[in-house]
Structures are given as C-alpha cells and as structure tokens.
Design a protein around this ligand. Sequence first.
Ligand code: PAF
Length: 273
Amino acid sequence: MKIVHTVEEMQAIRRTLSGSIGFVPTMGALHNGHIALIKQARNENDIVIVSVFVNPTQFLKGEDLEKYPKKIESDSKICELCKVDYLFMPQTPTMYSNDEVLVKAPNLKSYTLEGERRPGHFDGVLQVVLKLFNLVRPSNAYFGKKDAQQLVLIQQMVRNFFLPITVIACDIVRESDGLALSSRNVYLSEEQRKEALAISKSLRSAAEHIGAKMLDCQTLKIQMQNIMKNLDIEYIAFVNREFQEIDTIILGNSIILIAVKVGSTRLIDNIWI
Ligand code: PAF
C-alpha cells in the first residue's frame, strides 16, 4: 500500500492507473463500518483507493473540528490489512485555497433533518467529495446508508454534474445486538449503550409493522416513540428517497430516520423500506 500526501502526487499516480477503481472517502478513525465499505470495494474493483481527510468545510463554527479523533497509525494498518492500494491522506492546504469556487447543496434536501441542525454542513460535504472525485476519478464510490441524507445528496451531485461514477449504497453495519456502528459509540457508558438499543429496536418494530401492512407514518411514529421513551428524541422522520416527508410508507421508496441524544452523545440511525 502506498500512502499519498499531496494532490499533485495523487494526480500523478492516477494518470498511471487503469482498470476499475473503487474509492472509499472517509474522515478516518476507521471502524468496522468503514472496513465493510473497503472490503466491498476490494471485491468489486481492480484498484482500491481510500481517503482519510478531516474536511474543515463541513464543520460549522463552534463544532469542534480540532477534537475530531485522528488515528493515522491504526487507520494505515487497517487499510494495509484490507489490501488497499493507495491511502490518500492530504493536509488542508493541499486541498483548499483561501477563496474558492463553492458547491451549494440543493435547498430542499439539505436544510431539513441533519441539515436543519447543521446549516451549510452538506455544502462542505459536497465540496470535498467533488474535489476527491475529481482527483481519484473512481469507477465506483462507496458510502454507508447510515448517513442517508449525505448519500442521497452525493447521488444527486453525481447526476447533476454528470459525473461518470457509480455511487454504491452500502448497508448499515450493526453490532450483534443491533446498535449501528458509529465512531461516537465509544462515548457511551455501559448503561447508555443498553438504553441506545431502543433505537434499532424501534426501527425493527416499525419494519415488522410495515410488513403487516401498517403503513401510516403517524401511527408508526407513536409506536417508535413509545419504544424510545427513555431517550431524548430529536426527530423521527419518514421520507421518500428524495428526502421529501411522507405520510404513508411507500414500499421500496421510504426511509425512516432517527436522531436521539443518549446523555450528551448524539446518535443517528435509519432503515430503508
Ligand atoms: O462521511 C464522511 O466521513 C464524510 O462526510 C465524507 C463523505 C468523507 C466527506 O468528508
């Protein structure tokens, strides 16, 4: 595995590559969720490129960019074990200049749910993903369904900018007890971790009810609130794949999303129906 530090080096390497290229963009602190994406990329492509870059433009003022976990050594080791070919770890000055052409995320999908709480966050995500796509020029790019809104927006960017890239949506990876993997899970105490299991339980229960033809979102929401009654619920939302709110589940075109706080830790989860 080769570690690449600069944009120029990445561009030079890219010019020498042929065959299919699988790309997994990350902000590092890799966990089993990322590993699943990397493994899938490895199975489906000739060459695998992973990026680790804590992108400053997707953090809002007051969000602690500096505290974002950095685990360069273990990330490199994980990528090496997963047989990654190139690990791109640029620094901010090689990725950004002072006065940039900006990407603007679409209004309707970007300022609800996660975007309502973090206005401008998705502008920064799309900005950096477009840069990374242009540098790596992947055939296939792998993103987790856990960050559903991010995934849907990246799919739209690929369509709107006619990028010749296939975005692969990968299933959420869960612990054996159902908790969705997240780098934030380490902040949970043992007690809080147990309480957090209500999140995936409520999603499973909604899926079962939907299987039994209960498609009314308000009724499903009340049942989910009940299961999560000990948690501080930020939202339970029902949207279609365009992130428009829905009143009735449309099979094959719905996502149920949850954001909660367990203690001071904010967790998100969702299920694609
Ligand atoms: O999901 C992430 O880790 C980041 O938002 C991404 C896509 C790597 C862009 O910085």
